[in-house]
Write a protein that binds this ligand. Sequence first.
Ligand code: RIB
Ligand code: CA
Length: 318
Amino acid sequence: MKKKLIMDVDTGVDDAQAIMMALAAPGVEILGITCCHGNTPLENVLKNTLRVLKVCNRLDVPVYRGCAEPLVAHKRHAGDFHGKDGLGDAPDPDAPGLDAVQEEKAAVALIRMVNENPGEVTLVATAPLTNLAMAVNLDPSFPEKLKALYIMGGNTESRGNTTVCGEFNFVADSEAAYVVLDRYTCPTYIATWEFSCRSSLPWSFVDTWLAQDTDKARFMERISSLTRKMVQTERYQKELVSGTEFNSCDTYAVAAAIDETLLTESERVAVTVELQGTNTRGMMVLDHMELLKKKHKAIIMKTVDLEKFKQLLMNALK
Ligand code: RIB
Ligand code: CA
């Protein structure tokens, strides 16, 4: 039986890579993609997600409109990295229109799809967690009906890529991240910022990856050339953790969701999110001493099989 996935995205470039990886995985059925504010305003996230489905000839996958704003925080985007349109400022004149987006709202669709497939859906969250917070507020039993949750977000060593101590998804909606880590008690795997940096790939692999003679590879080359340039500027080199090269943050979470054998080392620990700190708001807090008495422990990803990961990436553009 195919693995049932739902992806919650803020399609930027690495979200696009994650969606293409999931679409190319033979044993995976994507029930739907819910969109959230984040890398770029929600309208662009919707447009970009449809563009990715178009280049993969998968416009049959339903796309749902989620939250355009964080729960409490001031909205922030990452346009200087992902481009004003969120997809490398490489527009497609024939991009699908937003009339292709479903009427049903994301949080409602999440609850419906999981109720239709209780215990079978793996949810992969590569955006700020606003939609997931809305879903559990609408239906408190939502998390227990999930098979597993994979999150790209947070940090383990207070390293920030957006604020001094904050990773983008957990800073963009810190209250939502707090709610999700507090109320989602299903098996929860977290691919953090430092983990993604340490699992990055050499640019020589990217050259091979993009050299594939396919429309998908040519699409990826176009939308990723801006981020490849930006990540090598001094501004972005500062945020990176030791020797980072090509860091496709979001794809680590989806790769582990596609193939559990990919995760080679992890750590179980109770986690929460700081909301008050002047410098630490949005930082993920790991409760190693178990002082917070949290029963639920998250599974923090430490290492993955990079050969298997590279193969999934190659397949994404075949
Ligand atoms: O910090 C990296 C995360 O923020 C990724 O999900 C990237 O797409 C951005 O949303
Ligand atoms: Ca993302």
